[in-house]
Every structure is written in C-alpha cells, then in structure tokens.
Design a protein around this ligand. Structure first.
Ligand code: GLU
Length: 553
C-alpha cells in the first residue's frame, strides 16, 4: 500500500477520529518543572487487592518525585476489563490514602493531564493508531481465534517463538481492496503493530536500577487495539507516559521482558522515551520448601496491604520499612539521624537492590517497636483510639471511657532514656495492657500465664496489706520490698541467692514476679510499682482475690 492508500485505510478504520496527534500534543504541553524534576506515575490495574509490592513501587514513585521537586501521579490502567474486579479502583485509591502515599495529581486527585483512567482515553489512543496506520506501522488483522490457536500449536510443535511475526503475520500485507472486502463481509479485526524490528539485531539500554540491559530487537506484530477498539496495556502506557510527560517509569521488574516492545513503540510513535527503573520484587523464604520466592498474596499474610491496616501497623513505621528496602543505605542513615524524617534522606537508584529484596518481618517489627517507644502515652492512646474505632469497636468504647487511666498506663517509663519496646502494632495494646481496665480483667487472664506455676497468695497478701506504701519513691519502694524479702526468708538480691541457694526460699525477684503475675496476669509488664500506683490498693486486693479464685477453681 502506498501512502494514499494507507490514508484511505486510516479513514475507513477510524471515521470518527476527528483530531490529529498535534491536537493532543498541544493539549498536554511540557510540564513547567525545574531541571532534574522527576515525573513518576503509579499505574495499577484494578484487578484485585493491593499487594505490598504495589505499595513499595508507589512509595518509590512518591519519594523520587518529592525529593526532586517533581510530580507523582496516579493513573488507573483498566485496559483489561475482563480482569477488572468490582470496587478495584476504590480499593486502590483507598489504600493509597490509608497508607499516606499521596499522589500530587491523577485519578481522583485531578490535574491537567487527565483523564487518568485509561478507559476514558480510547479516542486518544485511536488517534495515534490512526497515524501509525498512515505511517505503515500498524494494520488490521482479521485472523480468527481458531487460526491463531492453530499457529500457536504449530509453533509449539516446531519449538519456535510463539507469536505473530514473519510469515505467521498473514494479514500484514493485505491490499486495500482485500481489507475492504473483509470489512464488507463483516469480518472482525484487531489492529496490530507492523513491527519494523529484526530479532537478529541487538538493542541496548540503561535501566536506572539494573544498569545496562541488552536484548534482541522486537519483531512481533502484537495487538495494539483490540476488537472493541480499546488499546492493550503496552500501547496505552506508552502514549500516556508521553502525553503525561513521565520522566521515570518506576515499576516491578516483571515488566523488563516487555521493554523491547515498549522501546520500539516509543520509537515508531516518535516519542522521547522516559527513563526506566525496574525495581526488584519483595521476596521471602518459603517456610515449606526453604526456597526464595516472591511474596505471594495467597501464601503470605504480610503480602496484602490490607493486613497492615487490620493489624494496626503504624503508617509511619511502614514508610520507614519501605524506605529501608528502597535504599540499602537508609537504615544506617536513620540510625545515625534519629531526629530526622524520611523526607530528609536523599534516595538514589544506585542504592536500590537489583536482585530480590527479602521481606524481613523481624526488621519491620523492630522498626514498629522503636516507633511506639518514641511516642508519648497520649499519642499512643490517640492513635490506638483511631485504630480500634475501625477494627475493635468494643475495646474502642472502653478506651474512650477510660481515657485518663489508659494514658497513665501508656505513659509508664516513657521518660526513661531507653523507653520500653513492647508494642509493635495498635492491636498489641489490648493484650500488652490487659491489666489496665478493671472491668475486663477476668480470671481467664491468668490462664494465659503458665498455669502450673502457683504463686504464694498469702505472701503477696501480707505484702500488700502490711508493707506496700504507694506514696513513696520508686527507690524507697524497692528497698522496702527487699526488707520484706529478707524477713520472709528470701534473698534480697539474685546474686545473694545464687551464692547460697540452700539458705533461701528464693530471691526478691521471685516475690516481684508473684506480685506482677497476680496484679497484671502477665510475667512481663512495665514498671510494677507504677502499675500498682495507678491501680490503687483496692484494685490490687481485688486481683489477689481473683487469683485465689483462679487457683481454687
Ligand atoms: N498496569 C500495570 C500493572 O498493573 C503497570 C505497569 C507499569 O507500571 O508500567 O502492573
């Protein structure tokens, strides 16, 4: 076909496309940003729940754009309507908001480069494909499903590359007359790329994270527009990233294999291509097989974004964890700059892992514990209140009713130079402070503790009734309890006991343990004297009776 014929064909195929490329090029002008500003995008498909890996890539989009004074936008890539799930889009926007990964523009945020929903951009894609037809880079292909299946089978048998290329691309060189005839017969068609590539030639490109990548030139006639005229992802994202002026495509490295096609599309469309930064997947050691594999939503609780919300992992802590897996030098930096925030750190692609980044639950827990240890009792209370409002209504009510009391408990040891690291998520508060609210402290609290170990109720009663003075300092309290220990045949220090175990029934620590378990139902707790002060003698006595009851059940 010559140009004239291709122009005629373009008109026949796209009679309703009124604009030309220039129209869109003008509609979406260059962004007015300073040199070096990165424009990044998160382009999720609404095909299911959000994965930690998705959050990770959106987090990268956000930090790189933010630190360079650029823009981070959200584009919903819903080209594959068959895979779209109900509520998928709301889920994405909800998760981003919930996790405080906030785009500057995009779907549900607005902006000058929209619409940001691919299904609303069909006309734009068709305009560019119309142009490709004229230029001889695209053609209608009328092959039926059966014909395609037969080709595939033949290719599988003869062990050659699967796809439509070379002599398999039978409709590549149809004449205008032949096409018209097929159209007149009502034959269905897709629009395919007329790939100019030669797989014997090599292409080289530099990925911001992976470095130099080499691959054979792309030579397949992939589908650009489906039978219903909607685009495939490959075509859509190339046009969008061009018109939305993305400077850096940051995405999972499962897309590396599609790069040859994407690069070719940028070339034939005459677009300057953005930089690519393919991020390594988050991996985990499979508990059954011991092998390293990708984090999987099906197998790993930690993989789904929702899990973090439901468990009550603080967003700020999760951001710190994501920063840790984004750049290998972040953790050390943060350790040395604890008064700073993520925004003060400069991320760079060359500090990004190339292979998989393994998911480290212990590290995440530790980050969370440090986060909580630095918060005041009041802050922990307020945040827990928000969490329970959504995920534990019953406990929420109790927290509201016992505000002052809870803040007192949550504030114990907060002024120490090494504050306790007991909570790693909001859902831990209920258990860690299970002794705080008297109305929910039940006999059953003792059963969580080692039931075989019985504590001396008489001894503890004697102590509470006759020795405990709640109006003294912590030091005085401890010195008094040592006296009590001695008077009752216990060593006043573990060391004394260790030197002469036969002389004692135990040591002061054992007495403290007995009091702690009876008062709190736990063998670990924040400072015991502080707890007793807040509870008061009457409540403590109630606990002794309850424990006695528990023993004599
Ligand atoms: N829509 C693609 C996905 O769901 C995004 C690929 C890309 O970011 O280019 O993973």
């Amino acid at each position: 076909m010559d140009v004239k014929e291709r122009e005629m064909l373009a008109e026949i195929l796209f009679p309703d496309i009124k604009h030309d490329r220039d129209y869109y090029e003008k509609l979406y002008p260059e962004r007015d940003l300073k040199d070096g500003a990165m424009v990044t995008r998160y382009g999720p498909s609404p095909t299911g729940s959000v994965h930690l890996g998705n959050l990770f890539s959106a987090f990268c989009d956000m930090v790189y754009a933010r630190q360079s004074g650029g823009k981070f936008f959200l584009r919903i890539e819903d080209t594959d309507q068959k895979r779209a799930v109900d509520g998928g889009i709301e889920n994405i926007t909800g998760v981003l908001k919930g996790f405080n990964i906030l785009p500057n523009e995009g779907y549900s945020y607005g902006g000058e480069y929209g619409p940001y929903l691919q299904s609303e951009r069909t006309e734009i894609y068709q305009t560019y494909v119309k142009d490709l037809i004229i230029k001889g880079y695209a053609y209608p292909c009328f092959m039926t499903e059966e014909e395609l299946a037969a080709i595939r089978e033949e290719q599988e048998i003869s062990k050659v590359k699967i796809g439509i290329y070379g002599h398999y691309a039978v409709d590549r060189d149809l004449s205008l007359e032949e096409i018209k005839e097929k159209l007149a017969n009502g034959e269905e068609y897709v629009i395919r790329l007329k790939s100019p590539g030669n797989s014997k030639k090599e292409v080289e490109m530099v990925d911001c994270i992976k470095g130099k990548i080499k691959f054979p030139e792309y030579d397949m006639d992939v589908v650009l527009l489906k039978k219903d005229g909607t685009p495939t992802y490959h075509l859509a994202h190339v046009i969008d990233d061009h018109l939305m002026h993305t400077t850096h495509v940051i995405r999972g490295d499962e897309w590396v294999s599609s790069l040859p096609l994407h690069i070719q599309l940028f070339e034939i469309l005459g677009f300057k291509r953005p930089e690519y930064a393919h991020i390594a997947p988050i991996t985990i050691k499979d508990s059954e097989t011991g092998t390293i594999r990708k984090l999987s939503k099906r197998k790993d609780l930690w993989a789904g974004a929702k899990y973090y919300e439901e468990e009550g992992i603080p967003i700020e802590a999760l951001h710190l964890y994501l920063a840790t897996i984004t750049n290998t030098n972040f953790e050390e930096w943060y350790l040395n700059n604890q008064d700073k925030s993520i925004e003060d750190f400069t991320f760079s692609f060359d500090k990004q892992a190339i292979g998989g980044t393994s998911f480290d639950e212990a590290k995440l827990n530790n980050i969370c514990k440090t986060y909580f240890s630095r918060k005041s009792g009041e802050e922990v209370y307020e945040e827990t209140l928000k969490y329970t409002e959504k995920f534990d209504k019953e406990y929420h009510k109790l927290l509201v009713e016992n505000k002052d009391l809870m803040i007192k408990f949550l504030s114990i040891e907060k002024d120490s130079s090494r504050p306790r690291k007991d909570i790693s998520k909001y859902s831990d508060v209920k258990e860690e402070f299970s002794y705080a609210i008297d109305s929910i402290f039940k006999k059953e609290n003792y059963s969580k503790y080692d039931g075989n170990k019985q504590y001396d109720v008489k001894l503890v009663t004697d102590y509470i009734d006759n020795y405990l003075d709640l109006d003294v300092s912590n030091d005085e309290w401890f010195s008094k309890i040592k006296d009590f220990a001695r008077e009752n045949g216990y060593a006043s220090s573990p060391k004394d006991y260790k030197n002469n175990p036969e002389m004692y029934k135990g040591h002061v620590g054992d007495i403290c343990e007995a009091i702690r378990v009876i008062v709190t139902g736990r063998d670990k707790s924040p400072d015991l004297f502080s707890i007793m002060k807040i509870l008061g003698k009457e409540d403590i006595k109630k606990r002794i009776r309850l424990y006695d009851n528990y023993l004599n059940k």
